[in-house]
Design a protein around this ligand. Structure first.
Ligand code: PBG
Length: 309
């Protein structure tokens, strides 16, 4: 009766990994209980999510090694894995929202989110031009929300203008606005196959975990450039940032409970350090308390079932 916050399945976004091939799912050892699905199986996952009241899925490809390249051109292929998956989800389950990640890391041979120069430095403006094309290709395939996760400066405005020019004024932008250079992304890089490829780290474009005021400046830029909603990432270690963004901007703020956070809960529960279902629900509720509009979580299906039950 006195609870100030409540978790609901409509608060959740389910990330799904896609792989090449047919009729199979690949377990991801670093993410126990999470799979990569072939395109023919991804629709059923979206349907399961929708049946539980989850409003949106976020799709990530594991691009076959032979299609990765220095410049990540496969990102612009209108028939790449992600575009096929968007269409498969929309066919199987037209009512669910589809969010796609805009960044080059699943496509580049070096695992960076952008184009790199001969010294391995990421090139902001050249990358942005490619991200614009990538976002258009994804929107064309049917993505409802494009989510630039690359942290280049100026990409939200460039993508918004290009979407408008293409007549896609209904495609929304969820900006990964405050994305930290975090140690919690390891299992995700396994899942999309970029872990072993990554040369160096992403500190040149992702944020310093020491900074909070900078997150507000990053959000302000993305909002001014036309972001419809923003994201803070990782989740639990950055709830102060979620709360500050909500307070300052009063627009939808999403938090990404990332792969390393998921793995921590799974391993803690497996080791008997805590009760799995309770850990899932308590951590997700913490996001609501901090002011998050919604949460991207690999526990979305389990959480929705637990809330319903
Ligand atoms: C890539 C991207 C990453 C995640 C989402 N999009 C990894 C990274 O920046 O290296 C991480 C998600 C997770 O760890 O669950 N642009």
């Amino acid at each position: 009766m006195l609870a100030e916050h409540r978790l609901h399945p409509s608060d959740l976004i389910l990330p799904l990994f896609v792989c090449a091939g047919q009729g199979c799912e690949e377990p991801i050892p670093a993410l126990p209980g999470v799979y990569r699905w072939t395109v023919d199986r991804i629709g059923a996952q979206a349907k399961a999510a929708a049946a539980l009241g989850i409003p949106c899925v976020a799709l990530f490809p594991n691009t076959p090694a032979n299609l990765r390249s220095e410049r990540g051109e496969e990102a612009l292929n209108p028939d790449n894995l992600i575009c096929q998956a968007v269409k498969a989800v929309k066919n199987a389950c037209p009512e669910i929202g589809v969010l796609t990640d805009v960044a080059l890391d699943p496509y580049t041979a070096h695992g960076h989110d952008g184009l790199v120069d001969q010294h391995g430095c990421v090139l902001n403006d050249e990358t942005t031009a490619m991200l614009v094309e990538q976002a258009l290709v994804q929107a064309e395939a049917g993505a409802d929300i494009v989510a630039p996760s690359d942290m280049m400066d100026g990409r939200v405005g460039a993508i918004r203008r290009a979407l408008e020019d293409a007549g896609r004024c209904d495609t929304a932008i969820m900006a990964y606005a405050a994305k930290y250079a975090s140690a919690f992304y390891g299992p995700f890089r396994d899942a999309v196959g970029s872990r072993g490829l990554l040369k160096g780290d992403k500190r040149g474009y992702q944020m310093d975990p020491a900074n909070a005021a900078e997150a507000l400046r990053e959000v302000a830029l993305d909002v001014a450039e036309g972001a419809d909603m923003v994201m803070v990432k990782p989740g639990l270690p950055y709830l102060d940032v979620v709360a500050a963004v909500k307070r300052e901007f009063r627009l939808p703020v999403f938090a990404y409970q990332v792969s390393g956070e998921y793995a921590m809960i799974e391993h803690a529960a497996a080791a008997g350090a805590g009760e799995r279902d309770a850990l899932i629900l308590e951590t997700l509720l913490a996001f609501k308390r901090a002011g998050a509009t919604g949460i991207l979580t690999y526990h979305a299906l389990d959480a929705a079932r637990l809330i319903d039950g």
